[in-house]
Each structure stands twice: as C-alpha cells, then as structure tokens.
Write a protein that binds this ligand. Structure first.
Ligand code: SF4
Length: 365
C-alpha cells in the first residue's frame, strides 16, 4: 500500500499555492498528530492491510513540525503500519525550516528521500513567490542533507514565474545541477483558482505566455539531460536508480491511502477526500472515526481516461493495447506527425509531443 500524509502547516502562505494549508495559529499539534494516527489505525482495521511500500509526507510544510512532534508521528506510524518492506520514505522540506541537527533527526526517523521546495535560486523570483528562504539558504540545504546522511535529495523548481527571464531560469537550473541532487522536478507555474496569482493574471498584471513556457521547458530538458538526468516524466528528472517510486506507482494507477485534512485516497474503484479543515478534521476523526467529505465511484471509463493522461506523461509511455480501436487510430495520427514513437508496444511522446501532452490526451480520448 502507498501512504500519503498531508501536513497542512506553513509559516507563511505563498500567493500561487492552491494546496490546503494554513499557518499553525492555535492548532493543538499533539491533537493533530493523534488524529492522523487514529485515522490510520481505523483504516488498517477496516481494510485489513498495513504493509507499506512507500510513504510520502507532503503539505504544507512537514519539515516545520518540531522534533517532538516528528518523533511522536513516526513512532506512532511504525506501531500502526508494517514498514519492513518500505521502498521509499519521502518527506517534503523547505530550506528555512531545518538545520543539521534536524536533518540528522530526519535520517534517524528512517526518511530516505527529502523533497526540497526550493522553486528558484533567484532572490527576486523568490520574493515574487512569497517564499520564506533566500538563495543562500536554498544552496546550503542540499549539503546539510548530505552531511546528515539522507540517501536521496530532490529539488523542486518552477518556471514561467512573473518577472523570471530565460537567463534567470537558466541560472536556477545551473545552480541546481551544481548542487548534485539525485532528482529534480521542474514544474511550469499554473495559475490556480482562488489564488492571488490568478487575480493578477485576470487583471492583466501577469501574463501566461505559451511560447515562454515552451522555451523554459526546453531549457530545463536540455540542461538537465545534458547533466546526466533522465527525463522520465513531463516534469521529473532523475539520476539512475532515483525515480520517485511513490509517484511512479501513482502514475501507474496503484491504490493509495491519504491521511490528514484534504488528503485524497483511491482504493479500488472508490476515491474519497478528507475535509479540508484541520480543526474539523481533528473533531471528526475523534467523534465519527473518519473525516471523509466527498466520495466517488470510479467507472472503468474514468480509470481508463486517467491511465491515458498519466502514463502518456512518462517516458515508459502508454501501452497501445489498452486503447480502443478509435483511440488507437487517433494515437496513430500523433505518431505519424512525429510527436510520439512506439517502443515495445508503448506509445512514448517525443520532444514536441511532450510540450503538447495535455492536447494530445484530449485528442486521443
Ligand atoms: S510553502 Fe508550499 S504548501 Fe506552503 S504555501 Fe508555499 S507552496 Fe503552498
């Protein structure tokens, strides 16, 4: 089973972010940890399975939890879940929230992979993004994690940010490479509903330009593949043996359980979401035993469309034999136009196709 934990706390709120998150305020952290653990225990009792293959702690900013709360969380998780065959334990961290002592604690807790929310090494861009850290803190974070003995380090980067020129993006890419991480995720900024950024886009203050997006995507691909990273998913690059196991399972449609406010779970044909409200989440878990707010039955058609959309984003590609006759004909037209190739029966997008992945998915289905 894949397990995701949502830790919704951030020291400050970035104006582009659409995840469920908030400043801790007067949240009772001990009660929050207890609720997450109780939710996990209830699920294990219900589904009768507790063996984890991957664990991913995201947010929010999980690394802002105090050492005491981190120890409580992980000792509780180990009592509930069997982690003897865990392949990967990823923990999201922001540079300004840990030092060497805390990084050593991450290692002691069994964390194998830290995903660093750096986004940019340019102080001007970081200011636009409302991030807490600066270039120096971002650059210091990777050596600290290495010194603490963390096995794998991912750096999250973002491009097409207002005010970010191609030169500034190139400097961020080069700086990331110079730090020798195992994995880099490079995301095109998306303007999400209910964010300050989309208000500025709507008001014409910001511009979302597809040509700039394509240039920056290509700069990312060229720089990172030249530096020895494999471009294995639209936004993800890995050195040999360091692809994200958790994300790969998700892209392949594996079951996953999500704990915490706003967390989504998919088990078989059922997908549900928890309440995106920490106080109510704690209350519901303690009094009702769950905090589910939305549940949907996924039809075979839903799962099929999802498989096409997710697997076409990977370099392993989409098995052509899962497509219907009509879908296969439309896929063939994409292949004939040179935007995809076929290898071992899988359709794999090539250069231009990768840029147009969303339109290609729409075309095929
Ligand atoms: S630190 Fe991450 S989760 Fe928190 S507001 Fe910023 S982008 Fe969102």
């Amino acid at each position: 089973m894949q397990l995701y934990l949502h830790i919704p706390f951030c020291h400050r709120i970035c104006p582009y972010c659409s995840f469920y998150k908030h400043t801790p305020g007067n949240t009772d952290m001990r009660a929050f940890i207890d609720a997450i653990l109780l939710e996990g225990k209830k699920h294990v009792e219900k589904i009768g399975e507790n063996k984890l293959t991957t664990l991913y702690c995201g947010g929010g900013t999980p690394s802002m939890l105090s050492p005491t709360h981190l120890k409580l969380l992980f000792s509780g998780l180990r009592e509930i879940f069997d982690m003897s065959e865990l392949k990967e334990l990823t923990f999201e961290a922001n540079p300004a929230t840990f030092d060497l002592t805390k990084a050593k604690l991450f290692k002691e807790l069994g964390i194998t992979r830290i995903s660093l929310g750096i986004q940019s090494f340019d102080n001007g861009v970081l200011k636009t993004l409302g991030r807490e850290h600066n270039r120096e803190e971002a650059m210091a974070a990777v050596p600290i994690l290495r010194e603490a003995g963390i096995k794998e380090v991912n750096i999250d980067l973002m491009f097409s940010i207002p005010g970010q020129t191609l030169e500034v993006w190139q400097d961020t890419l080069d700086t990331a490479v110079s730090l020798n991480p195992d994995h880099i995720s490079a995301y095109n900024l998306t303007y999400e509903e209910d964010t300050a950024f989309i208000d500025k886009l709507t008001a014409g203050e910001y511009i979302d330009d597809s040509e700039t997006n394509a240039q920056m995507f290509t700069a990312g691909h060229d720089t990172l593949t030249a530096a020895g990273f494999e471009h294995y998913e639209t936004s993800n690059y890995a050195k040999i043996g360091t692809r994200s196991t958790h994300n790969l399972s998700y892209w392949k449609g594996a079951n996953y359980l999500g704990l915490g406010p706003s967390a989504v779970s998919t088990v078989g044909n059922t997908r549900w979401k928890n309440l995106p409200d920490t106080a109510n989440y704690i209350n519901q878990i303690n009094h009702v035993g769950h905090a589910q707010t939305e549940s949907e039955h996924l039809t075979e058609e839903d799962l099929h469309l999802e498989q096409i959309a997710l697997q076409l984003r990977t370099t392993d590609g989409l098995p052509l034999d899962v497509l219907s006759d009509g879908e296969r004909q439309r896929a063939q037209s994409v292949i004939d136009e040179g935007m995809a190739k076929v290898l071992d029966g899988n359709m794999i997008l090539t250069g231009e196709g990768r840029l147009l992945v969303d339109s290609i998915v729409e075309h095929i289905v």
